[in-house]
Structure formats: structure tokens, C-alpha cells
Design a protein around this ligand. Structure first.
Ligand code: PAJ
Length: 291
């Protein structure tokens, strides 16, 4: 089966019309890497028809953010999709997705969209949810796959489909990392020289948090302090490092159950995020967001 590239909603509709079986979608902003590839592989194993969307959504970037510097590599993206036996790549233009310009009606993420990344990037999750809702409507999947790398995003998308009764299953897959621990991200291509080494501050901080919890530490502030100190060794000051409840993102003070440790930092020009789940009294191998 060859991979088909379509750009318009009409092409998408007619390409989907003669397919049957469970449809899985992987939504991306392009510049595909092995993190995206893993989501596609999981989808390929589980679904009959795989659609990958490639759309750099302006609605989720503030004017001051890095939209114009975001890498665009559609040919390579389609080649990666072909390697993974994807059926359809839907790569619409901004005009195709927003034919009337900026949409007047949008999905509001609510309180979960105001904390952590949302506090640093006001309106970001409204932009994400608005495009995710549109792409879900356009592709009508049975299952949509997202990465734990963007844990807050995955949670607000789960909330979107529950609160608005959307008939789609949301699956969250573990973060794919470089050998040294750096979480794969399209933005890593912009880490040069010493900044590539300094970017390890995030994953190392999360390791320190895991180790502290494994050693019996239950005080969230103490764990955050150890993690922050680890980052400072690489001269990195986090935007935030927080321990929160993975269900509702409220701050955790004493670790009693599974706890999401989430971190963001600017390395040079590049803003990176990462997270891990500390499992208390459970199987530490399953450190992914719970269903
Ligand atoms: P993008 O950053 O391209 O990510 C697309 C999907 O790949 C997301 O679900 C993200 O969590 C996942 N992903 C990214 N890096 C990963 C890694 N290292 N390991 C595992 N999964 C990873 O997230 C977006 O695009 C956009 O906000 C989008 C949902 C497409 C809406 O515009």
C-alpha cells in the first residue's frame, strides 16, 4: 500500500471514503522525528487505516513565539510516513484549515489550560484544542495517538473528548529519548554547540526527582529543589519545575500517589519541556500517564 499525500479537505474526504476498518490518526506539526515515528508505529500495529496530519498551527503560537523558525520538512516527513506504511498524509495549508481567517469560535481549555505551559504561553492550549477538534472532525478517527512528552497537552485533549462527547479513543504513548536522555523534539535541531549539552538539564532533573522518590523522599518541595539544583549545575534556570497530580494538574505537596514531574526551560533561543511520572507503590516501569 503506497502512502498518499493530500492537501485539501475534499481530497481527504474522497481518499477516506473507500477505506474500511479502524482508523488511527497521529497529529503532528511536521519535522518528524523518531518520537513521531514511534506514535505512527504503534498506530500501524493497532489500526487498519493510518492518517498522519502535518500542520503547523499558527493558532497555538503567540506572536512572540518561534512559529517562523519552526522547521518545515514535508518531503522528508512524507518519506518517513511511507517507511512506516502510513496510508494518508494530510498536509493542509493554513487557508485550508482556517478558510475564513482566524476562527471566531474556539475551544477553550479551561483551568487545565491555564497552569504550567499555559501560564507561560497564554492561549496556547485553546489554539491546540481548536485545531485538534477540527482535525478530529476532518479525519474521523476511531483512535488518536499522542505523546506523553507533551503531558499537559495529552491531558487537555483527553478532557476535550470527554467534556464534548467526541467519539474517539485517545491513546498516550511514552516519551522517546536520545541515548543520553534528551527527549526528542523538533526544536532540538536548533540546539547548537554547548546548548545541546545544557539541554540535558531537563531529563537529568527528572532523573534526580525519580531517584529522590525511589530513595523515600516524599516532600515535593524537597524533590523540586534537588531537581532545580541539578539544572543549575548546567547553568540552566527552569521556567518551572513542578510536581502535580497527573489527573488534574493541581500541585502535590506530599507524594502519596502517582505524581507528574514537569519541567520547562529556555536553552539559548529554544524552549524545551519534559516530564516524568513518579509511581508510588506501583510498577516503576509503567511511568506513563494513566489511561
Ligand atoms: P508535535 O510537537 O509535532 O507533536 C506531535 C505528537 O508527537 C504529539 O502527540 C507529541 O506529544 C508527540 N511527540 C513529540 N515528541 C515526542 C517524543 N519525544 N516522544 C513521544 N512522542 C512525542 O504536539 C503537537 O505537534 C501539536 O500541538 C498538535 C497536537 C499536532 C496540534 O497542533
Amino acid at each position: 500500500m503506497t502512502t498518499r499525500l493530500v492537501h485539501t479537505r475534499d481530497e481527504l474526504r474522497s481518499a477516506m471514503a473507500n477505506r474500511s476498518g479502524e482508523v488511527g490518526v497521529v497529529m503532528t506539526m511536521g519535522a518528524l522525528h523518531d518520537g513521531h515515528r514511534e506514535l505512527i508505529k504503534v498506530a500501524r500495529r493497532r489500526c487498519k487505516v493510518i492518517v498522519v496530519t502535518v500542520f503547523l498551527n499558527p493558532l497555538q503560537f503567540a506572536p512572540s513565539e518561534d512559529l517562523s523558525r519552526y522547521p518545515m520538512t514535508l518531503d522528508a516527513d512524507v518519506a518517513l510516513c511511507a517507511e512506516e506504511d502510513v496510508d494518508l498524509v494530510f498536509a493542509p495549508s493554513v487557508e485550508e484549515v482556517y478558510p475564513a481567517g482566524e476562527p471566531q469560535v474556539r475551544v477553550h481549555a479551561g483551568p487545565l489550560g491555564d497552569v504550567l505551559e499555559g501560564a507561560s504561553r497564554p492561549g496556547h492550549f485553546d489554539g491546540v484544542l481548536t485545531v485538534v477538534a477540527k482535525l478530529l472532525h476532518l479525519t474521523s478517527p476511531d483512535v488518536a495517538y499522542f505523546g506523553q512528552k507533551d503531558a499537559q497537552q495529552a491531558l487537555v485533549i483527553r478532557k476535550l473528548v470527554r467534556d464534548l462527547d467526541m467519539e474517539v479513543r485517545i491513546e498516550i504513548e511514552p516519551t522517546v529519548r536520545e541515548d543520553d536522555g534528551l527527549a526528542l523534539s523538533s526544536r532540538n535541531a536548533r540546539l547548537h554547540g554547548d546548548n545541546r549539552r545544557r539541554a540535558l538539564a531537563l531529563s537529568r532533573a527528572l532523573q534526580v526527582a525519580q531517584q529522590a522518590a525511589a530513595g523515600g523522599e516524599r516532600d515535593a518541595a524537597a524533590i523540586a529543589q534537588l531537581a532545580r539544583a541539578q539544572m543549575q549545575e548546567l547553568q540552566v534556570e527552569p521556567d518551572y519545575i513542578e510536581l502535580v497530580d497527573p489527573e488534574d494538574l493541581t500541585p502535590v505537596h506530599a507524594l502519596r500517589g502517582d505524581t507528574l514531574v514537569t519541567v520547562a526551560a529556555r536553552i539559548g533561543e529554544v524552549r524545551l519541556i519534559d516530564n516524568t511520572v513518579i509511581i508510588i507503590d506501583g510498577d516503576a516501569e509503567v511511568a506513563t500517564l494513566l489511561p
